[in-house]
Design a protein around this ligand. Sequence first.
Ligand code: NAG
Length: 459
Amino acid sequence: MRMVRPLLLASLLLLLIPSIEMKRPGKGRGLKGARHRLTRDKVRGTGRHGRSRASRLVPSSCSESTEAGEVFVDCQDRHLSVVPASNSWSQLPKHLLLARNRIKFLRDGTFLGYEGLTSLDLQQNRISLIEDGAFEGLTELTTLLLQHNHLGTLTEEALIPMPKLHYLRLYDNPWMCLCPMESLIRTLQLPSNRNLANHARCAEPLRFKNTKLKQVDPEMLCKEFDPAIDQQGDQTDPSGPLDPIPFRRQDATTLCHTYFFPQVRMDCSNRGLTEAPTGIPDDVVQIDLSRNSISHLKTKSFHGLRSLRTLNLSQNHLEHLDTGSLSGLLHLRELDLTENSLHFIQYGVLEDLYFLSQLKLGGNPWMCDYNIHYMMYWLRLHSGVKHSGLICRAPLDHAGNSVEEYVHDYNRGCPNERKPSREDQEQLNTALEVQGELEEELEPSHLRKPKKYEIIRLS
Ligand SMILES: *[C@@H]1O[C@H](CO)[C@@H](O)[C@H](O)[C@H]1NC(C)=O
């Protein structure tokens, strides 16, 4: 053993020399820089000509990044028709994002060289064929996303190279539940594989249409069926042995696009939603619900989403937020409510948002009457919250003023330098009472900041 060590050292040194030398000539970043330049030059040199060659090249636009010590390669939305070779990157990625490209086939050995990959996102491509050896070498892979593709069949063999696979998404593919799928379906149905392919459903044959892969009776898959009978079934009423799929309204998992890395993020923007979707996964960190038509946010719309940090509800038609509509969002940091139809925020709506730091409120017709006091009061108690866009649009007296100013003037009893009328005075008293009540209710919580101002009674 002792003899081996100097030898080992020597050979290690020898191995190191080339990389040291590579660093010398360029101002670049050694091997990294060299590879980077190589890719760039290749793209420049041939990118415009020769389609067949160009398709093999790596688009220089994929981005490489490191987060929490893990290397990500992001090639989403890059018009790729093939998986870039593993030597395209300066470091081997742990996470490879290839969603929304134009990949049609995964041939044997496609991911050779990608050992160490733990997650692979291939959703929203056009994959119709996966050869048995396509995932060869992905021994560390835990997450494989293949939803929204054109797959009709997949064999169990294709999954065998990935012993650590823990999350597999196969839904929204036109699965043909026939004999070649038998072993795969049996595997998916093992209790230990409860996270694999949960929502995938058969598209064919008719007798299994819309049945979940998890629920198909594997005994039936390889049974000889008289094609004539199945054909006949095609023309008659498809009820009977068929499970009708329950119509799941506005379900987030099918409607929205979910990104799993670097954190769970859902893009539900511009989906024609008229209410908050159901089925939002518990571990979601960001949801974008902007540019929909939600007008009323109901109690417990986001129940149980304890990881949620950013909620974007901008450009909806929101007029009303129920008191409990944001309840449970204990870790929300950023709430975007811009460009809605809100006149005020009802008492209690903001109560769970202990960690809010950004509140965007612009583009709403804020009504500067006493209903608005709750929000101002809450904001004062949570002075760490940066807010924007709180401008009165009505009544005319206050239009264009900041709500803060309005409330300030109101509390000093001289809104717009005029004496309060009796009506105003009554309203003021009510407002002060409401504030008093609020104070009592809010006071005991240890999470609140001590109040920094006092209410001056004028009467
Ligand atoms: C919310 O969505 C809108 C429109 O899609 C976008 O302009 C805005 O920046 C988003 N807000 C946040 C906080 O990400």
